[in-house]
Design a binder for this molecule. Sequence first.
Ligand code: PLP
Length: 390
Amino acid sequence: MKYDFTTKIDRSNTGAFKYDFMPESLRDSGIVPMTVADMEFSAPPEVNEAVAAAAHHGCYGYTGPDKAFMDAVKHWQKTRHGWDIEDDWYVVTNGIVQALGIAVRAFTAPEDSVLIMTPVYHPFYGAVLDNGRQLVTSALIENAGRYEIDFEDIEAKAALPSVKLMLLCSPHNPIGRVWTREELEKISEICLKNGVLVVSDEIHNDLIMPGNRHTVFASIPGAEDNCIVCTAISKTFNLAGLSCSNIFVPNEKLREKFSKQAHTDGCGCVPYIARFATIAAYNKGSEWLDELISVVDANFRLLYDFIGKRLPQFSVTRAEGTYLAWIDMRSLGMGHEKLNEFMVEKAMIADNDGEMFGSAGDGFRRWNLALPKAELENALERLEKAVKEL
Ligand SMILES: Cc1ncc(COP(=O)(O)O)c(C=O)c1O
């Protein structure tokens, strides 16, 4: 390995949500939390150097997507995803959750509905409901530990006259699916037929486990004029705190609407530090990312192996993408509140309650595997001990 994915980084007193906002009882336990979706690894050193140089320059003024920035963004999408982007398509936001809210406000009226597939990253609910729109959900079908789209249900829901927008999570947090081209083609066809616009949240697009392939929604024939694609450096390179997301709206009319709402909401600048980080990450971060994926993949394998051999009463969804594991602990027969207590007080593990992603997640836990292997081993041993003591 050229890069360091084994050193435990002390993130306490940095304001990190994962650490400085951990339940009191776990604060001094020395554990590595597996909650919020950021990583326990330093960003690529090439990015850290660029950020340090930008800070050294010292003039933190208003900054935009200049040529060097756009060239890096285009280079990444072309080389990593085979997607050709035009400069005009680009709109900056300060996060993808923000972009989801912008799209909901730009493209729907209060009486309209927005379609989502559940269980899903919890701010998808808020992007709709907190903006005063109606929510229409389609439950993913759990099939022997793998989640599939209920296309009959999607057809029916997309055909409802009130449904104007679909928020698609691709790859899908928390169940780790990397939707296949065929699945995305079907979604696109149904949405086009019913006049439903697709916002494709592709924040996990670079975190694809070996043997799987991410398809950019806009690359599907016919989809380009009916979608908004949301990407970022944040998940890929552990740069979420830089608050910069790259949104692409190929269709001019849609882009005008989206940009107008984005400006109304105060977007327009590429955060100064994020400009330099983006250029370095997208031009020089490929090798680091390949190593990261092999580390996360090895962590998934460790988890499958441990659960299979030592905690067979549980099961884990096979992750095709993301660094998030979805663990089925329904066999403990605890509701999610009791399970939360068990995790914090008995297992001494900080993870996410599956129920926060939708009621179908009751009895599941989401573990963030972007951490050194030794820390995952520590968590698994704690879990095994706590289960034995039940
Ligand atoms: C699917 C998905 N979308 C968006 C986000 C957050 O994006 P941002 O920090 O850019 O708002 C996350 C973070 O976990 C996520 O998993």
